[in-house]
Design a protein. Structure first.
Length: 332
């Protein structure tokens, strides 16, 4: 079916509960036949759709990793009608290191799709996910958060699509996930992402942003644990209807263009004017950028370029030129 060199140590078409590894070749000076194991869990029973749930695309985003570990431990095959494939630590080297980028080659795994079967660890694994797993899936969700650098209102996230039916199915899946916000996002460099790869395969797909700041947020974790089961209920893999959180129905919002971002014009220390989740207005002060290289110079004041919910804020104090320090979302 594919020329992928990744070896699968579970039967993707088998029944019951299977726990194993994807073995991705990684030749080293001291291990010419070396592999990197990526944990995989498959639960299958009866007939029904296939749902692929992934986390650890970036190693410093923890809510999804812990939620899928919890699901892997607690979900029983007899509860399932169909098939659930879990990759709780997909970019395994980055997860072990707690870093966004690969400690092997510095790659951002979520900018490697559709991949290259013989391009090294990240590209080879991306090719396997794109060419082997996505074609057997009906739905896919890739769990993200803001990582070390950003903090984000917990959200189920989809892309703005040209295909009206796929857009509607994506929004319905996002509503079912049940985060405080359901968001359609215009993101920077979305083309090589897993979400885009799934969309290109015709798979109903979602991403998420579930907190951040380099920590495991308890509130966001609760939302994530409930959300992944809600997606399985929505798909028909689990019985019952999606459960609503204490925040009520998900608020549908959009970040339609880069005009809803505030970018740092130079390096500096960012002092935000508002807290995450506040309502802000276009042209009002977003914060100050302090430059330590010139103690006599006043800080640079930046302004919001759009009115809406302060959906994403810079968490790390130090920023570089071109970094987003704020992203606004508006109601759909």
């Amino acid at each position: 079916m594919t020329n992928s060199p990744v070896a699968v140590e579970v039967d993707l078409w088998g029944s019951g509960r299977q726990v194993g590894q994807l073995r991705v070749p990684q030749s080293r000076d001291d291990s010419g036949w070396g592999t990197i194991p990526v944990p995989v869990v498959v639960l299958a029973n009866g007939t029904g759709p296939t749902v692929l749930l992934t986390a650890g695309n970036h190693g410093d985003e923890y809510e999804g990793q812990v939620a899928l570990l919890d699901l892997a431990r607690t979900l029983r095959p007899e509860e399932v009608q169909g098939r659930v494939i879990l990759l709780p630590a997909m970019h395994y080297p980055a997860c072990l290191a707690g870093k966004r980028l690969s400690p092997l080659d510095g790659r951002d795994f979520n900018r490697c799709f559709p991949g290259d079967p013989f391009g090294g660890f990240a590209l080879s694994l991306a090719h396997f996910v794109d060419s082997v797993l996505l074609p057997i899936c009906d739905m896919q969700m890739d769990l993200h958060s803001g990582g070390t650098g950003m903090d984000i209102v917990p959200s189920a996230v989809g892309h703005i699509l040209d295909h009206a039916e796929m857009q509607a199915r994506t929004l319905a899946m996002a509503d079912a996930f049940g985060a405080p916000v359901t968001l359609l996002l215009k993101e920077v460099n979305a083309g090589p992402t897993l979400l885009a790869a799934a969309e290109n395969r015709g798979v109903v797909a979602l991403s998420s942003e579930l907190g951040g700041g380099g920590r495991l947020n308890p509130q966001a974790l609760t939302i994530t644990k409930r959300g992944v089961r809600n997606v399985l209920r929505h798909a028909g893999v689990l019985e019952g209807l999606p459960e609503m959180g204490e925040h009520g129905p998900s608020r549908r919002m959009t970040v339609p263009d880069l005009g809803h971002y505030v970018f740092a014009p130079c390096d500096g220390i960012w002092e935000a004017a508002h807290r995450l989740g506040e309502t802000v207005r276009a042209e009002s002060p977003a914060g100050l950028l302090h430059r330590i290289e010139d103690p006599s110079a006043p800080p640079i004041e930046l302004s919001y370029r759009a009115t809406g919910l302060l959906w994403c804020v810079r968490h790390a104090g130090r920023v570089k030129a071109g970094d987003p320090v704020a992203v606004m979302a508006r109601d759909m």
